[in-house]
Design a binder for this molecule. Sequence first.
Ligand SMILES: [Zn+2]
Length: 549
Amino acid sequence: MLTPEQIEALRDAASHITDPINDYLIGDIARRISEAGQLTSTAAYEVWMAQQLGTSQRQVKKEVRKRLKVSNRELKKLMTQAAEVGYDFDLKRLPVQAVPFRANESLQQIVAAAVELAGKDLNNITQTLGMVDPFGKALPLQDVYRSCTDFAFKQVITGASDYNTAIRTACANIAKYGVRTIDYESGVHTSLEAAVRRNIMGGLGLMNEQIEQVNHDEMGCNGWEISAHANSAPDHEPIQGKQYSDAEYTALNNSLVRRIGTLNCGHVAFPIILGINSPQYSDAELTDLRRQNEVGITYQGKHYTGYEATQMQRKIERSIRVQKNRILVDKATGDADKRTIDQIKLRQLNEEYRRFSQAAGLRTESERTWVVGFSREQATRANIGAEQYYQKWSKEISVNSSIETLAKYYDVKYTNSPRYERLQGYAKAVEKGDISPLVGFDLYEEVSAEIRERLVGATTSTGITIESFTTHFVDRVIGQTSTPHKGMRCGVSIEDALDALLNPIKLDDIRLMDDGDIRQTLYGSKAAVTISVRDKRLIQTNPNSERSK
Ligand SMILES: [Zn+2]
C-alpha cells in the first residue's frame, strides 16, 4: 500500500516531471518575442521570421525531445520507487514469507508495463504542446511563436505601445497559462503540468491496483481495507479506514462516482485477511479525523474545513508556479524592473504559503517531497540543513532517542496530534526550565501514559470525572531536578495527586478565569491539584511542601 503521505509526494513529483520542458519553452519564446520587438523594419522582421520558422523550430523540437528524455528517466524512477515502497508495506503487514520486490517476477512485469505505458502517454501529450497568445487563444507551438512575435513587432513598429509594454503584453498569457497541451479536435487545452500529473497518477493507480491484487492473491487475503487520512474529500470520508470482504469492496467501489485507487485523492485499498489484520484506525480515531476535518481552521476571518484548506493550499501552489513563469519571462526578455517586482511578489506568495500551511497544519510542498523520500536532488540538498537543525535540537532536549529523524518528527506532527501535543509540551517545559532536558521525551511519554491510565477517569470528591490533562500537569508531576529518578521525587507522585482528588482535606473556592474557565484547587495530605471544573481537566499540581514555602 502507498501511504497517503507517499501519494501526496508522488503527486508533487508528477507535477514537476515536465518542468524542464515548461521552463525551456517559456524562456525561449520570451527571448524571441523580445528580439522581434527590436526589429526596426517590416523587411527585417520578414527575414527574421522566415529564419525562425525554419531552423529555430527544428531547434525547439530537438530541445524538447532532449528534456523529454530526462522527464522519462524521472518517470521511470518514480513509478519503480512507488511500486517498491507500496509492496514493501504490504509484506510487513501480512503473515507470509514473500519474495522481495527485486526478485518478484510478476511484479517486475507489472511495473515494466506500467512504466512503458506512462512513457508513451507522456510522449503523446508532448506531441500537442502549445501556449496561449496575447489574444487568449491556445495555439500549437509554431503558431503561438508567430502570433506572439507578430504582436510584439507590430505594437512597437506602429507606435501602439512602447517596447517594454509591447513585450510585457505579448508575454503575459505565456506566463499566466504556461505550456499547454491542446486537443486539436475540441480546442480544449490543459496545462502540461496538470495533464501529465493526471496521466502519471492514473498510471500509478492502475499499477498499484495490479500489485495489490497480486499481493492479495499470493498472500491468501480475503478482503480489503481502505486507507484513511486527515482532511479527506467529503465523498470518501464515510468509507475510509474501514474493512470490507472481497465482494463488498468490489460492489462498493463500483458504486462510487470517484473510484478508490485512482490516486486522485490519496486513498488506496490494500489487501487484508479478515479477522487477522486489525484495522489501522479505530472507529474512535476515524471519528476524530472526521471531526478535525469539519473543525478545520479559520484563516484571516474565513473558515476552511480541513479538506478545503488542502484545496486552498493547492491554489496558492499554482499561483507560485505562475509567478515563477513570470520570472522566467523577465529573465529571458531582460526586463529588470519587472523582474524585481515579480521576485518580491514571489517572496510574498511563498510567505503567504508558509503562513497558511502552518495555520492549517499542512505540510508545504518541499516538506511533503522530502518527508517521503521521493525527493529530487535539489530538494534533498536544500533539506540537509533542516535535518541537521532537527538533530541538534532534538539532542539538546533529549527527544532524539524517541523521534530519531526530522521525517519522523513531521510524521508525529501531522499524523499523531496527541503525541505532537505532548512533544510541544515537553519542549516548552524544557525551554522554560520546568523540567530538565535529561528527563528525555521517553520518560515524559511514560508519565503521560500513567496519568492517563490512573488519573483520567477518576471522579473527585466534588463529583467531577476527569477527562483530560494539560502537558503542564505532566511537567508538574515530573518536577524539576536533574535526573529522571530524582525528578520524580521532586515532583508529585501520581498516588499523591490521586489522593488529593479523591480525599481532599481542603477545597479552595471555585474561581472564574478570564477566559471563562472555572477552576478549583483540591488539597490532599501531600499535594494540591488544580482542575478545570468546566473542562474536567487536570491543570497543575504542587507538592504541599512547596506550597507552604
Ligand atoms: Zn479518496
